[in-house]
Design a protein around this ligand. Structure first.
Ligand code: ATP
Ligand code: MG
Length: 238
C-alpha cells in the first residue's frame, strides 16, 4: 500500500449522472482510483466511458453526485467557489485536445495568462513565459500568433501555459489526438519529463495507443468504472 503522502489524487466510489428520467446517463458508476506523486497515469477506454467526466471532476470543474475526490489534500466539496477557483488557478494545469489558445495573443502572451491571473506583474510574467517556452523548444517562436504555428507547436504552447505556474497536478484530455506521430511523441516526451518531478502528478486521457509507452501506469475505464490498472508495481523507469 502507498502511504497517503504519496497520493496526489484520491477518488473513492465517485458517481456522476447527466440528465434525468429516461434520458439519464450514468457517466461514472463508482470510480476508485489513486494517482501518485511523480507518476504519469494514462486513462484509457472506449468513447463515452466517462474519461472526460472523471478528468473534469479531478480538475475541479465538475461536481460529482457522490463519492469522494481529494486533490492535493483538498476536497472540492468543502471549498467555496472563490477558494476553488484560486486553488485550481494555482495548483492545476490543464491541456486540452483543441489547444484552446487565444488567437489574438502571441505564444508568449498566451503562456503568461495564468501568471497574470495569479497577479504577477506583466514584465515578470512575460520573462517567465519565455523561459517556459524555451523548455518546450519554442523559444524561437515566442512572438508568433497561434495561427502562425503548426498543430504540434500550438500544443506545446498550451503545455507551456499549463506548466508556467508550476502546478502540482496536470490534467490532459487527448493532448495528442490532433497531432501526427512525430509531434505527438514530442509532446509526450515533454510531459514525461515534467512528470519526473516527485512532487507532481500527471493524468493523461488518451485513445492513442502509440503513446502508451510514456505511461507509468495505465488505468483502463469501461462504462463508468476503472476496470484495471496496469503497470506501476515496480519503480518507474528513469
Ligand atoms: N454535458 C453532458 N450532458 C449529458 N450527457 C453527457 C454530458 N457530458 C457527457 N455526457 C455523457 O456521459 C458519458 C460519458 O461522457 P465522457 O465525455 O466522460 O466520455 P469520454 O470517455 O470522455 O468519451 P470520448 O472518448 O468520446 O471523449 C457519455 O455517454 C456522454 O454522452
Ligand atoms: Mg472525452
Amino acid at each position: 500500500m502507498q502511504s497517503n503522502q504519496l497520493v496526489a489524487v484520491h477518488c473513492g466510489e465517485l458517481t456522476k449522472s447527466y440528465g434525468s428520467g429516461d434520458a439519464q446517463v450514468h457517466a461514472l458508476r463508482g470510480v476508485n482510483l489513486d494517482i501518485r506523486y511523480g507518476e504519469l497515469l494514462m486513462l484509457v477506454g472506449p468513447s463515452g466511458c466517462g474519461k472526460t467526466t472523471l478528468l473534469s471532476i479531478i480538475g475541479g470543474i465538475l461536481d460529482p453526485d457522490g463519492g469522494q475526490c481529494s486533490v492535493l489534500d483538498h476536497d472540492f466539496q468543502h471549498m467555496g467557489t472563490g477558494d476553488r477557483a484560486r486553488f485550481r488557478g494555482g495548483s492545476i494545469g490543464f491541456v486540452f485536445q483543441s489547444f484552446n489558445l487565444l488567437p489574438s495573443l502571441t505564444a508568449v502572451e498566451n503562456v503568461a495568462v495564468p501568471l497574470l491571473i495569479n497577479g504577477m506583474p506583466r514584465r515578470d510574467a512575460a520573462a517567465r513565459a519565455r523561459a517556459v517556452l524555451d523548455t518546450v523548444e519554442l523559444g524561437g517562436r515566442a512572438d508568433a500568433l497561434p495561427a502562425q504555428l503548426s498543430g504540434g507547436q500550438q500544443q506545446r504552447v498550451a503545455i507551456a501555459r499549463a506548466l508556467v505556474h508550476e502546478p502540482k497536478l496536470i490534467v490532459c484530455d487527448e493532448p495528442t489526438s490532433n497531432l501526427d506521430h512525430a509531434a505527438g511523441h514530442q509532446v509526450m516526451a515533454i510531459l514525461r519529463r515534467v512528470a519526473q518531478s516527485p512532487d507532481r502528478a500527471l493524468v493523461v486521457v488518451t485513445h492513442d495507443a502509440r503513446i502508451f509507452e510514456f505511461a507509468d501506469r495505465i488505468a483502463h475505464m469501461d462504462d463508468g468504472r476503472i476496470v484495471d490498472v496496469s503497470g506501476g508495481t515496480s519503480e518507474r523507469p528513469q
